[in-house]
Design a protein around this ligand. Structure first.
Ligand code: ADP
Ligand code: 5GP
Length: 198
């Protein structure tokens, strides 16, 4: 059985940036592609960033118990980790990396307490978090408002996780994230892509 690296934080803290970097750096990590009912953003791809689906499809899968965890993160916007993703990535003999909200992170940890490293990404301040989210330019005003409201609440969860990673200077944060992963995964298996090319 492989291990689970769960990256969690309020929206805008830098989860996607950090997860993408870790996947590029470590070929032993496989990204758990979540299912979601939210609209696809311009640069996102179905089956790569998310499995985009209707609320009806999501609810049907939920009834069939296809999810390891799921959450209505925003009103009528559902997100969930499919059990089939966990199986797919373990079959590839990789460890799994997740990008989920704080409740999803707690649920995954509960299902796999000893195999999971849950890392909370902390922005330098709530104002900086909101600036980043605004500057990302992926959300309209209504969506920004929902995210700002939820992020205030989510910031209070930091102590519930195994590690807190402050994402202030990005280069530093990426290095720290790499080290946290390497420390958790057995060092023997810790080969970076760049090293293996040499
Ligand atoms: P999340 O996935 O948690 O919502 P993102 O990874 O999309 O967050 O990051 C939100 C925005 O902030 C993006 O535009 C990203 O490029 C930017 N960003 C991420 N980390 C930093 C950082 N350390 N300093 C400045 N901007 C950052
Ligand atoms: P976004 O719409 O910005 O991609 O994601 C919104 C929030 O949903 C983020 O906090 C993200 O981590 C979370 N999220 C994405 N996938 C999942 C999932 O499978 N389960 C849960 N619980 N949250 C998720």
């Amino acid at each position: 059985m492989g291990k689970l690296i769960v990256i969690t934080a309020p929206s805008g803290a830098g989860k996607t940036t950090i997860v993408r970097h870790l996947i590029k750096t470590f070929d032993f990590l496989g990204f758990s592609i979540s299912a979601t009912t939210r609209e696809k953003r311009k640069h996102e791809e179905h089956g790569k960033d998310y499995y985009f689906m209707s609320v009806d499809e999501f609810k049907k899968m939920r009834r069939r118990r296809k999810f390891l965890e799921w959450e209505e993160v925003y009103e009528n916007q559902f997100y969930g980790t499919l059990k089939s993703e966990v199986e797919r990535i373990w079959e590839e003999e990789k460890h799994i990396i997740f990008d989920v909200d704080v409740k999803g992170a707690k649920d995954i940890k509960k299902s796999y307490p000893d195999e999971t490293l849950a890392i909370f990404i902390k922005p330098p301040s709530i104002e900086e978090l909101w600036n980043r989210l605004r500057n990302r330019k992926t959300e309209d005003e209504a969506s920004l408002k929902k995210r700002f409201k939820r992020s205030k609440r989510e910031m209070k969860y930091e102590k519930k996780f195994d590690k807190i990673l402050v994402n202030d200077d990005l280069t530093t944060a990426l290095k720290e994230a790499e080290q946290m992963v390497l420390d958790f995964i057995q060092p023997k298996k810790s080969k970076t892509k760049s090293k293996s090319k040499k």
